[in-house]
Design a protein around this ligand. Structure first.
Ligand SMILES: NC(=O)c1ccc[n+]([C@@H]2O[C@H](COP(=O)([O-])OP(=O)(O)OC[C@H]3O[C@@H](n4cnc5c(N)ncnc54)[C@H](O)[C@@H]3O)[C@@H](O)[C@H]2O)c1
Length: 263
């Protein structure tokens, strides 16, 4: 699919990977529709894109809310006439060990709260489910060519303290296999799906991490640094432009090492 002229809807577009994707794809000639919970940032970023002569508009959307997601897709359709690419970037972390016993008493003093568990499931899993489903309904009904790109993570392989997050990202790496199979079984030939599994990317999501934890992570990345958003964006563009990329997950992780092995 050509980027130029395609309509791209992006959730989580107010920051990090989603923001960088919106700017880069608009610069390449796509019409971008930005969605996020942060209205102020959406306004600023959309204005920046327009002042660089890009075509863009935004709508506040909480991806965990079904009516919001439906309204977001309707907005994109009304604003630019179609939906071609879906970048489901909205995502959060709420890290905690499952249980942590007190060193002295041996009794559990902390555990992953139901709230920490549920918030991550709601945004990273249900949010992506709703985003993809509402876009696919429109793509099928209108026979628009479509590409779906959920953002997984290298931590789909598992990470301590991320039972919630890693569970969602493992699922998102699996979905291209299931959905490509379902589309094939239902004779839906106009939609491709491929996810991207980034390693640790230099974006605000990492600000929730303790500096010493982040440094130990960087020490385990063979390329010696965090991944740049631009390196993820190049992969998104590759997926959009290459019509044979389907039913797969592409890792962009700098070869990160875990327990002596690349994940
Ligand atoms: N940065 C990394 O190291 C990294 C690595 C692997 C995967 N990822 C994934 O990439 C995606 C983007 O991450 P990022 O690094 O750009 O993070 P980020 O924190 O910079 O951006 C995430 C955006 O999602 C938005 N968001 C959160 N909850 C939302 C909701 N309910 N509805 C709509 N928007 C919501 C936030 O407001 C924010 O603008 C996430 O899914 C993340 O899990 C990031």
């Amino acid at each position: 699919m050509q980027i130029k002229g395609s309509v791209v809807v992006i959730t989580g577009a107010a920051s990090g990977i989603g923001e960088a994707a919106a700017k880069s794809l608009a610069a390449a000639g796509a019409k971008v529709v930005l969605g996020d919970i942060s209205e102020e940032r959406l306004q600023t970023i959309t204005a920046e894109i327009k002042s660089a002569h890009g075509e863009a508009d935004f709508k506040v959307v909480n991806v965990t809310n079904e009516e919001d997601v439906k309204a977001f897709m309707q907005f994109a359709k009304e604003r630019f006439g179609k939906i071609n690419v879906v970048l489901a970037c909205a995502g959060i972390i709420r890290d905690s060990f499952f249980v942590t016993p007190d060193r002295e008493t041996g009794k559990v003093k902390k555990f992953m709260s139901t709230e920490q568990w549920q918030q991550v499931i709601d945004v990273n899993l249900t949010g992506v489910f709703l985003t993809l489903r509402e876009a696919v309904i429109e793509m099928v009904n209108n026979k628009w060519d479509g590409v779906l790109i959920p953002i997984s993570s290298i931590n789909k392989a598992g990470e301590l303290g991320q039972l919630n997050y890693a569970s969602t990202k493992a699922a998102l790496a699996l979905w291209p296999k299931i959905l490509a199979g379902e589309f094939h079984a239902r004779q839906i030939k106009n939609i491709r799906i491929a996810s991207v599994a980034p390693g640790y990317v230099a974006t605000p999501i990492l600000s929730a991490m303790k500096p010493e934890v982040l440094q130990s992570i960087i020490n385990a990345i063979p390329i010696g640094r965090l991944i740049e958003t631009d390196e993820v964006i190049k992969t998104l563009k590759f997926i959009i432009e290459n019509n044979a990329v389907h039913a797969t997950t592409i890792e962009v992780a700098g070869g990160i090492i875990s327990k002596g092995l690349a994940k």
